[in-house]
Design a protein around this ligand. Structure first.
Ligand code: DAH
Length: 362
């Protein structure tokens, strides 16, 4: 038994009745087995240190005890054998401590890494096509001095409607198919990104040149061209000297940057409560070049977005002086743009996250 072997180190060799080299060797081999068994149990830095202190510790380590109890008082004939045995034991203990140190380090850091093994390929995702489209739109407008702002998706009727010159009972509220949030005290999910026109002008003095990317919500039945969530990009430029020509110029610049230099634009009279005059921006069909095809429903033109000169009534809500300021605004459906651009026929593809679809737009 290991404990017996250890207890023997508290007595002297004569007391143990050992008087020959063979007897001494037997004592040491008993201790060696005990030490080896304990070394095999070392599992971490604490147990390693405990082992070291117990066997090699200067004050009361077993090897010190052997030196005190066995070696020093041994009769001269025995000293040689005890000394040799003790040296061997110490060497073995030190070797055990060294090798345990290495395996403890392995436990802590894991096995050594074989740098020659083939690597594991981790597939890298890409931006969603909608995000990619936003980035392109942003690049086009940032280049001419617009900056990007974002706003809350949960809005108040004031920002979503009133301050945009859409009073209660105005028919424009009906075709906005609004989601009202129950128990929110009248909050709603914004039906367009236009509320950020108001929030921005409220906070900042003119001039203002912003675009607003973001999600909008409407109570539509989902189909190939409708969803209850979709994406818009709003734009607003207000300054002391902005004319309709500036508006026309920015529209042309934007359409050419997006669809190429050959594309023509036309403004078609329209109506939005927050712009006056209002216009739909149409572009010549990028598929057939204007001669008529399925994409443009054989009209040669594609409706791209709504726009207009900011209605002076809006300035009244934000404390801007309508007599001195003027500007233009626009709002486009980003999903629609991406569909036109890439010939995608089902809006739902943007929301289903089917990787077979997503992977086509790396
Ligand atoms: N907010 C409009 C919508 O969602 C789009 C729009 C039209 C925004 C004209 C504008 C604008 O800023 O000038 O239908």
């Amino acid at each position: 038994m290991a404990t017996d072997a250890l207890q023997k180190t508290t007595l002297r060799v004569e007391q143990l009745g050992v008087s020959s080299q063979a007897g001494v060797d037997a004592l040491f081999s008993e201790l060696r087995s005990a030490a080896d068994a304990e070394a095999a149990q070392i599992r971490g830095p604490e147990s390693l240190e405990a082992f070291r202190v117990k066997w090699l510790g200067r004050r009361d380590g077993i090897s010190s005890r052997i030196s005190e109890n066995w070696l020093k008082p041994a009769p001269p004939v025995m000293k040689k054998f005890v000394g040799a045995g003790l040296n061997q034991l110490r060497t073995a203990l030190e070797a055990s401590v060294e090798s345990a140190k290495n395996s403890v380090a392995d436990i802590e850091t894991g096995p050594p890494i074989d740098l020659s093994l083939p690597g594991i390929e981790r597939p890298v995702g890409t931006s969603h096509l909608i995000r990619q489209t936003y980035e392109e739109l942003e690049r086009i407008f940032l280049a001419i001095g617009f900056s990007v702002v974002e706003g809350p998706e949960m809005e108040t009727p004031y920002y979503n409607f009133e301050a945009l010159n859409i009073p209660e009972h105005h028919p424009a509220r009906d075709n906005m198919d609004t989601f009202y949030i129950e128990g929110s005290g009248g909050h709603l999910l914004r039906t367009h990104t236009s509320p950020m026109q108001i929030r921005t002008m409220e906070k900042e003095p003119p001039p203002v040149r912003i675009i607003v990317p973001g999600k909008v919500y409407r109570r539509d039945n989902p189909d190939a061209t409708h969803g209850f969530i979709f994406h818009q990009l709003e734009g607003l430029a207000v300054d002391y000297d902005i004319t309709f020509c500036d508006f026309r110029g920015v529209v042309d610049y934007f359409v050419r940057a997006l669809l190429g230099p050959k594309v023509k634009t036309r403004l078609r009279p329209s109506y939005f409560p927050f712009t006056e005059p209002s216009a739909e921006v149409d572009v010549s069909c990028h598929v057939c070049g204007g001669s008529g095809c399925r994409t443009c429903k054989f009209s040669g033109w594609i409706e791209l977005f709504g726009s207009g000169m900011v209605n002076p009534a809006v300035y009244g809500f934000v404390g801007y002086d309508p007599k001195r300021l003027s500007g233009f605004a626009f709002g486009m459906g980003v999903d629609r743009l991406a569909m036109l651009r890439y010939g995608i026929t089902d809006l739902q593809a943007f929301f289903q996250n089917d990787v077979r679809f997503l992977r086509q737009f790396p």
